[in-house]
Ligand binder design. Structure first.
Ligand SMILES: Cc1ncc(COP(=O)(O)O)c(C=O)c1O
Length: 408
């Protein structure tokens, strides 16, 4: 039997001014009278409400375009077209700006889009110093970009960055701390002190809860908000925050985002605002879990080493203690004793740690990075682990049973 048919009849609608067009403008943000601590900023989403409905959470407004009244004046002068901006985007940026104590914050559709936005400001022939052994996606894109634009690229290990900054006159220095997947720590303040270049810090593994690079001399802090900031493996986003929005580079980045259109959609921004309400709690629990797991694994007879800045024997521990507060993050790398087959056997036996790339989410993840980047010198026995918010006893029990596997 056939169901009722839907017939679409085209209708020519006469233009009538929308009744809302004459309404007064409502500010979608609550005013917060004094600066608050991160947990308060996050829980209240920096004061976001929905005054239209009285809701205590912001509304999701997916409109791509915005009304003008009968005099052709914008109903909201700051809302024209959603490639420029949207309330949901501004709300998420406001939370991040407050958490970073930044002068301005811009969200992008991915972490890579944020990194690309920074590098695209470099003129042909510029000089960049980029830390080596960082997230492979960054290295890969930066190498290709610098080749195409005749930019001199110095890739330098975390330990040699200070000397490199003193040796080369660079326009831009890009560091990642703690680094992914080597978990190396860079002393941000020291690099800022020895270099006149624009200093960009990818602080994805730390989140704005544990580290505020702008307070240590960075010009711009970058995060893949896909990771800990969102923390639920369901939003792809990137963010840049600056110490000074009047700088030439920030003005160029802002203009490029607006005109080239690398902007985060309202739904993703709304989800991000929602997720950030629990960011401090999640980061606290993940860091505690990661610390406990790192201590357990480093003492395990079937583990060669654990790379984690929270371990006192880690070469970056003292620096990490100086610039990170409240923990050392959810990311660690584990070197399994034996060879590739042993590492793959362990990863195959893990039950709670999902075998998937990414980090910083509520569920624990594990990855064999050599499979992804075999040519970068990453050990075949290295398992990169992102520790979630599960019960630590369950997480340890999972590793205990996985490591019981007979080694070959
Ligand atoms: C440290 C770091 N920076 C940047 C990125 C890129 O972020 P996205 O995947 O959101 O583009 C990643 C992704 O894994 C990362 O780990």
């Amino acid at each position: 039997m056939r169901g009722p048919q839907c017939v679409i009849v085209p209708v020519a609608l006469p233009y009538v001014a929308h009744p809302l067009a004459s309404r007064p403008v409502v500010t979608p943000q609550r005013r917060m009278s004094k600066p608050h601590k991160p947990a308060t900023i996050a829980a209240h989403a920096a004061g976001a409400l929905d005054p239209q409905s009285g809701g205590v959470v912001p509304a999701l407004q997916p409109s791509t375009t915005y009304l003008r009244d009968e005099n052709y004046a914008l109903i909201r002068p700051d809302n024209i077209y959603s490639r420029d901006n949207s309330d949901n985007l501004r709300q998420a940026e406001k939370v991040l700006q407050a958490l970073e104590n930044a002068d301005d914050t811009l969200l992008f559709p991915s972490g890579m889009a944020a990194i690309a936005a920074v590098f695209r400001t470099l003129p042909n022939g510029a000089v960049a110093i980029v830390q080596s052994g960082i997230y492979w996606g960054t290295t890969q894109w930066v190498r290709d970009f610098c080749t195409r634009r005749q930019i001199t690229l110095h890739e330098v290990d975390a330990d040699a960055l200070q000397t490199a900054c003193q040796t080369h006159r660079a326009d831009l220095v890009f560091v990642e701390t703690p680094s992914n997947p080597w978990l190396k720590t860079v002393d941000i303040q020291r690099i800022a002190d020895v270099s006149d270049a624009i200093l960009i810090v990818d602080a994805t593994a730390a989140t704005p809860i544990l580290m505020r690079p702008l307070a240590h001399g960075a010009d711009i802090v970058m995060h893949s908000a896909t990771k800990g900031i969102n923390g639920h493996s369901d939003v792809l986003a990137g963010v840049l925050s600056t110490r000074d929005k009047q700088t030439e580079i920030w003005q160029a980045i802002t203009l490029d985002r607006k005109t080239a259109g690398a902007i985060l959609g309202p739904f993703e921004a709304w989800l991000l605002t929602r997720a950030m309400r629990t960011l401090p709690l999640r980061v606290e629990r993940m860091s505690q879990n990661a610390q406990t797991l790192a201590e357990y694994l480093v003492a395990h007879p079937r583990i060669d080493d654990v790379l984690y800045p929270g371990l006192p024997q880690n070469s970056g521990h003292k620096t990490a203690q100086k610039q990170m507060h409240g923990g050392f993050g959810s990311l660690l790398s584990v070197l399994v004793k034996g060879g590739r087959a042993d590492a793959l056997r362990v990863i195959g036996k893990l039950e709670l740690f999902l075998r998937a790339t990414s980090l910083g989410s509520v569920e624990s993840l594990v990855e064999h990075r050599h499979t992804i980047e075999p040519h970068t010198g990453i050990p075949e026995t290295l398992l990169r682990v992102s520790v979630g918010i599960e019960d630590i006893d369950d997480l340890i029990a999972d590793w205990a049973q996985a490591l019981e596997t007979e080694m070959h």
